[in-house]
Design a binder for this molecule. Structure first.
Ligand code: ADP
Ligand code: MG
Length: 461
């Protein structure tokens, strides 16, 4: 089929508005029209690599075929073929592909959408976040078992189920897995998954439109309510109040409520005491950073699902160096796979070291907690014992927080590990310290300067 350049541009324009600018740039913009199509009823589109070709076909194939049919006013046979970019120097499309790869673990447009009452539109569940794609180990097996029990039970077993832990440790994944599992086993049960931010947004709208009654009513139709990242509700008084009532009503009606946050109920800032204690009265479960074996298993499973051959020594390197956050671990793998695919090189240890230099640098320089504590106490003229002691004096506490912050940035230690190295402090203290220093660095140039100097001294960069 001879289609004109103009028709191809029209198709591209339509696709661009369909999938959004950033997805278009990441994926569809890499497609080219092959002008020597074999016959009159077909269109060949070329993609630069096999991986991109498969990804586009799988995720956008239908949209592309529909768009062609609409633009040309007839059904066309669209095929995707691989046509490597002949001169990959400079490999320009890299950035786009990497970007696109990093999005692989985000919800895709093809997600199933949870049925929800009209007023309350939930958020879609990520199709990759299932029980069978969740790897368990010591760090998360309790949370996993509890999540499964909830998914399998008809009446609430623990209410609420409160899942907490640092970023990228699989809270959202487990929550979606519960949602999928219930949807599949009991399609008539209404599952509503919503981020706390969206909940807030809807709530504020309901107040503005004076539709707060129907907002509340809408919840009553829900059997399982899942709110993600409820730390965002903290400090917003009226929402908190409403959330509290909704939550109480649901629990009393025997409906399952599942919540996640980055910290336990007692540690939520600006949340009323009675709400805190109510939140903690079901099952509260912490998710920890996975241990080495679990990290390795996660990498291997992820590589297998991408049909990528990940050599054992490379997997070991990544699992060893990226210890505290599964999202980062996946991101590193995605990046590696995308780069290797683009420059058509095998994934080897030296390739990984080169490509992931920034991510791995912290681990490779092997800055230890001791180094950090020493550098910080030197800098602030304190004693090493001040790092372990219970003293709360600002002049000691602040440097200690700086040291904890640096441990998080420059080592691969988990929050609990760091806490232990600072006189057996709780991991939430460490999380708080990291956050405090991040906030302060934005406001306090002196402190930001101190931290940067220390970082430079420690890493030699
Ligand atoms: P959180 O909500 O705790 O910030 P997510 O649930 O978004 O973390 O997880 C971040 C990424 O890591 C997701 O892509 C998720 O699938 C993956 N992940 C986290 N834990 C596991 C695990 N135990 N097994 C497999 N994948 C995991
Ligand atoms: Mg999350």
């Amino acid at each position: 089929m001879q289609i004109t350049e103009q028709q191809w541009v029209d198709v591209q324009q339509t696709l661009r508005s369909k999938v959004g600018e950033s997805d278009f740039k990441s994926w569809l913009a890499t497609l080219n029209l092959d002008t020597n199509s074999p016959d009159t009823a077909s269109v060949n589109l070329t993609a630069p690599t096999r991986f991109i070709r498969d990804f586009i076909d799988k995720n956008y194939g239908r949209a592309i075929r529909e768009t062609f049919a609409l633009t040309l006013n007839k059904a066309v046979d669209v095929s995707f073929v691989v046509k490597p970019i002949l001169d990959p120097t400079p490999p320009k499309p890299k950035a786009a592909a990497v970007d696109a790869f990093n999005k692989l673990s985000m919800p895709l447009a093809t997600n199933g959408v949870v049925s929800a009452p009209d007023v309350l539109e939930g958020s879609p569940l990520n199709r990759l976040y299932r029980f069978d794609t969740f790897i368990t180990g010591q760090s998360n097996e309790f949370a996993f078992a509890a999540a499964k029990r909830i998914a399998e039970s008809d009446t609430p077993v623990f209410n609420p189920f409160f899942l907490y832990g640092g970023v990228g440790l699989g809270k959202t994944h487990l929550m979606h897995a519960i949602g999928w599992s219930i949807k599949e086993a009991k399609p008539d049960r209404k599952v509503l998954y919503i981020s706390a931010e969206k909940f807030l947004f809807r709530f504020i709208n309901a107040i503005r439109n004076k539709s707060i009654m129907s907002f509340k009513e809408a919840f009553r139709a829900v059997d399982v309510l899942m709110i993600d990242d409820i730390q965002f509700i903290a400090g917003k008084e009226s929402t908190q109040e409403e959330f509290f009532h909704t939550f109480n009503a649901l629990v009393e009606m025997g409906k399952q409520v599942i919540l996640t946050a980055d910290r336990p109920p007692q540690k939520l800032d600006n949340i009323e005491e009675r709400l805190k204690s109510r939140l903690g009265c079901g099952l509260t479960c912490e998710m920890h950073a996975p241990d080495f074996e679990t990290r390795l298993a996660i990498l291997q499973k992820k590589a297998a699902s991408m049909k990528v051959n990940l050599p054992a020594d490379v997997a070991t390197l990544l699992a060893d160096k990226i210890a505290s956050n599964v999202r980062e671990l996946e991101g590193a793998l995605n990046r590696l796979v995308a780069h290797a695919d683009f420059v058509a090189k095998p994934i080897t240890v030296s390739f990984a070291l080169e490509q992931l230099r920034d991510i791995l640098a912290a681990g490779i320089k092997k800055v230890s907690v001791d180094d950090i504590q020493k550098a910080v106490t030197d800098h602030y003229r304190l004693q090493i014992s001040d790092m372990h002691a219970a003293r709360r004096l600002r002049s000691v506490a602040r440097p200690r927080q700086v040291a904890m912050y640096l441990c998080k940035q420059l080592t691969t230690k988990s929050f609990p590990d760091i806490g232990r190295s600072f006189g057996g402090r709780d991991h939430t203290t460490v999380i708080h310290a990291v956050r405090t220093i991040e906030d302060l660095m934005a406001k306090d140039a002196q402190l930001a300067g101190d931290v940067r100097t220390l970082e430079r001294t420690l890493t030699g960069r």
